[in-house]
Design a protein around this ligand. Structure first.
Ligand SMILES: Cc1cc2nc3c(=O)[nH]c(=O)nc-3n(C[C@H](O)[C@H](O)[C@H](O)COP(=O)(O)O)c2cc1C
Length: 416
């Protein structure tokens, strides 16, 4: 009879051997990360600095980027005790579509730079969590490729490109591929000064320099994957003159996107697209009201993850005013700064229907491919489930403003 200690030792050793064997699988290091901050750090060590900066960075002094996360941490959750939380139900609906969790994938362009699986990898991870992925029109894969390789519920995100014929064509392709809603992003009339990208000479297609080659050599795993399957262009726009003469991302955006777009264009879009429209990048109640009048079914409160107007308020600070203005007429979603499941709980408490995550999922993808993106989603979902249990909130519908204590971040800063 082996002693209890010998049994314990043998169990633990075989466990450890299994772990070592699994350690060689792609994404194994990402699976060991216990939070999004660790996935971000692993991403930083896995991909070249200029690609990491493209994902991680914000505009100018990155004040709004920092504010997004600071304002979430300033909010406190007031827990209710002795509530039966033996089962937590995170399911809800967004624009009439059921989702298992109130966490959607935000649109991120050129995701294939992080890892060649790009948007396909993130979409699969979001679908595995039972939720909706928003595909950026500026993706590294075409609309059709993502539909084929990552089947599941998707929305389509669009900027107002100057070439309206191209916009119309994109919308037809998105409809044919089964996208259920259109997300029109309105906070990029021009590109902001993302100083990390400017310093790195980041552009479309990326510029090869001694510096980028050095960075690539320092990240051999990424470089091998990249050389096998370089994803350097906006796949849907292969017909447009993409990099022609554009020396930077700023120049590219300013050439392709229409800085004269106005509310009148929403009416035109409503004629071309017959499904629901969400307007993304709203920070003011009056803009939200105008969006709803223009026919939007949802407003995405967002400052583009701090990548556009530096000095804009955090999305979580802007949320309550927008919910008060249009909450009865449209669904209000939020992105920008979500790094913890408890951040999602705070946004729901202030009236958001659901949150979208950008960097969290892309850090996961960069850190470990599709398993890394899955890890990011799992961490956020598990954290949300635990936060709801600890706060005494068994269902999404139980989450309301009474769950929060402390001053709202916006009040704090506008107080006389
Ligand atoms: C690498 C990257 C690319 C992005 N590309 C797009 C895009 O093509 N279209 C868009 O509407 N938003 C884009 N965004 C903004 C996200 O949709 C979202 O608003 C933002 O990431 C939310 O903030 P978070 O990263 O803190 O979650 C991008 C964000 C990142 C990080």
């Amino acid at each position: 009879m082996p002693s209890a200690f010998a049994r314990l030792l043998s169990e633990q050793l075989s466990d450890e051997l299994g772990r070592l064997r699994r350690g060689r699988r792609p994404g194994a290091a990402a699976e060991k990360c216990v939070n999004i901050a660790e996935l971000r750090e692993l991403a930083r060590r896995t991909i070249p600095a200029s690609v990491f900066d493209y994902i991680d960075g914000g505009a100018n002094d990155e004040r709004t980027l920092r504010r997004n996360t600071l304002d979430f941490s300033d909010l406190e959750i007031s827990p209710r005790v002795l509530v039966d939380v033996s089962s937590i139900d995170l399911s809800t609906t967004v624009l009439g579509q059921p989702v298992a969790v109130p966490i959607l994938g935000a649109p991120t362009g050129l995701t294939g730079l992080a890892h060649p699986l790009g948007e396909v990898g993130v979409a699969r991870a979001v679908h595995a969590a039972g939720s909706i992925y928003t595909l950026s029109a500026s993706s590294s894969y075409t609309i059709e490729e993502v539909a084929e390789r990552a089947p599941g519920p998707t929305w389509f995100q669009l900027y107002m490109w100057r070439d309206r014929g191209f916009v119309r064509e994109l919308l037809e392709r998105a409809r044919a591929a089964g996208h259920r809603a259109l997300v029109l992003t309105v906070d990029v009339p021009v590109s902001a000064g993302r100083e990390r990208d400017i310093r790195n000479g980041f552009g479309i297609p990326p510029r090869v320099s001694v510096r980028t080659i050095r960075q690539g050599l320092a990240r051999p795993g990424w470089s091998v994957r990249f050389l096998r399957d370089p994803r350097i262009e906006i796949a849907n726009a292969s017909g447009l003159p993409q990099g022609e003469g554009a020396r930077s991302m700023v120049e590219f955006v300013n050439r392709q996107f229409d800085a004269s777009a106005s509310w009148n264009d929403i009416a035109w879009l409503r004629e071309v697209w017959d499904g629901p429209v969400a307007i993304k990048g709203i920070l003011r109640p009056d803009d939200a009201e105008q969006g709803v009048r223009a026919g939007a079914s949802a407003i995405v409160v967002s400052n583009h993850g701090g990548r556009q107007l530096d000095g804009a308020p955090s999305a979580i600070a802007a949320l309550p005013g927008i919910v008060a203005a249009v909450g009865g007429d449209a669904e209000v979603l939020l992105d920008s700064g979500v790094r913890r499941g408890s951040d999602v709980l705070k946004a729901l408490a202030l009236g958001a229907r659901a949150c979208l995550v950008g960097r969290a999922a892309v850090f996961g993808l960069a850190a470990g491919g599709q398993p890394g993106a899955e890890r990011a989603m799992k961490l956020l979902v598990d954290e949300l489930r635990t936060a709801m249990a600890l706060a005494g909130l068994p269902r999404v519908a139980d989450v309301d403003a009474s769950c929060l204590v402390g001053r709202m971040p916006a009040e704090e800063r506008t107080a006389p």
